[in-house]
Design a protein around this ligand. Structure first.
Ligand code: 13P
Ligand code: SF4
Length: 337
């Protein structure tokens, strides 16, 4: 037997095992668009952070196997406290999410509060503790609408991504103060690199993720979340696209559009945390029901307010003074300095 055939057979066996275990455990498998191709291919649903949060909140399954990074599994735990949420590799994290802590956020809120009331908008790429100290959550798909939903009498502070915050500030026309965090993968994409790829593919449409630096976003034809890119490419009449986000997205893009060509803006854009989960780790997680991600109830009950406010915004929810008054009351009772 050739090595390639051996790998194909092993993959086939693992896939069968995962399907059987998913049935047995009454489990759903969710995968982010950056996951390895074989993980995306076995998932019940692939999507961006917003879609995966919504799906997690709606499932009637008892177990959620989250193939993504830690903050995503935490968001599922925040929304589904009665379900078991598994992150098959517990060390799969997001370096940007670790750039802000609840303590630092509280200090920032206190400082800004001296000049008037503040609304804190946390990117979903944050820990549950940070969400618990936030008024609203947002994702790359809805940051502009979320900021636009805040009454203009409030100052807005966004964390942790400075690039997403600057993009949101520009497109919501709101004066947004922001934390100086960034995604190490997206933030590395340079104007020189994009210009080089554009020169080689002059007719291609350049799609960029809002985590890229502002000067790169200035070159983009469209700025989209990962699923936004998939939808845009599907509907567009263009045949060639330059993709300014993590390399994992090339798999669903090519799968949904076999007749179109997708060129990475920089092939070095790989998030190693997003590649930690493989089929074997999913089998082990389903067999052992470990590693589990469980947000403590005292954190969850505050974090869920920020997440639910975000989820309500597309249906016309408008945040009011009363809402945040309640949130600030809760924060005051916390023991952080
Ligand atoms: P999306 O919500 O657009 O999928 O982005 C998540 C992420 O981590 C981007 O780096
Ligand atoms: Fe975090 Fe960046 Fe990886 Fe997304 S690509 S999970 S923001 S490190």
């Amino acid at each position: 037997m050739t090595a390639a055939r051996g790998i194909r057979e092993e993959t086939g066996e693992l896939r069968e095992k995962i399907r059987a275990l998913l049935r047995e455990r009454r489990a759903i498998l969710l995968a982010h668009n950056y996951q390895r191709p074989e993980v995306q291919d076995i998932a019940d649903l692939c999507g961006d952070s917003l879609e995966l949060s919504i799906k997690a909140s709606q499932t009637d399954k008892e177990v959620i196997v989250f193939c993504g990074v830690h903050f995503m599994a935490e968001t599922a735990s925040i929304l589904c406290p009665d379900k078991k949420v598994l992150l098959p590799v517990s060390g799969a994290g997001c370096p940007m999410a670790d750039m802000i802590t609840a303590e630092k956020l509280l200090r920032k809120r206190e400082e800004m509060s001296k000049t008037g009331p503040v609304v804190v908008i946390s990117y979903v790429n944050t820990t549950a503790q940070v969400k618990a100290e936030s008024d609203l959550c947002c994702t790359s798909a809805n940051a502009v609408q979320v900021a636009g939903s805040v009454d203009p009498s409030f100052q807005i502070f966004m964390t942790p991504d400075r690039n997403l915050a600057q993009y949101t500030r520009r497109h919501s026309n709101r004066d947004i103060t922001y934390w100086d965090g960034y995604c190490p993968i997206h933030n590395n994409l340079s104007v020189d690199q994009v210009s080089k790829v554009r020169a080689a593919h002059p007719g291609a449409v350049f799609l960029a993720h809002p985590e890229c630096p502002p000067e790169v976003l200035d070159l983009a034809d469209q700025v989209k979340s990962t699923s936004g890119m998939i939808a845009y490419a599907r509907e567009s009449g263009a045949r060639e696209f330059i993709i300014g986000t993590e390399a994992g997205i090339l798999h669903p893009l090519s799968k949904a559009n076999p007749d179109k060509r997708f060129i990475p803006a920089d092939p070095a854009m790989i998030c190693h945390d997003m590649k930690k989960i493989g089929l074997k780790e999913i089998v082990t997680a389903l067999e052992t029901l470990q590693p589990e991600v469980k947000v403590p109830e005292d954190v969850r009950e505050r974090a869920v307010l920020a997440v639910n406010r975000m989820l309500s915004i597309p249906s016309g929810y408008r945040v009011s003074d009363n809402d945040f008054g309640k949130a600030r009351g809760r924060n005051r009772s916390k023991s952080y300095p």
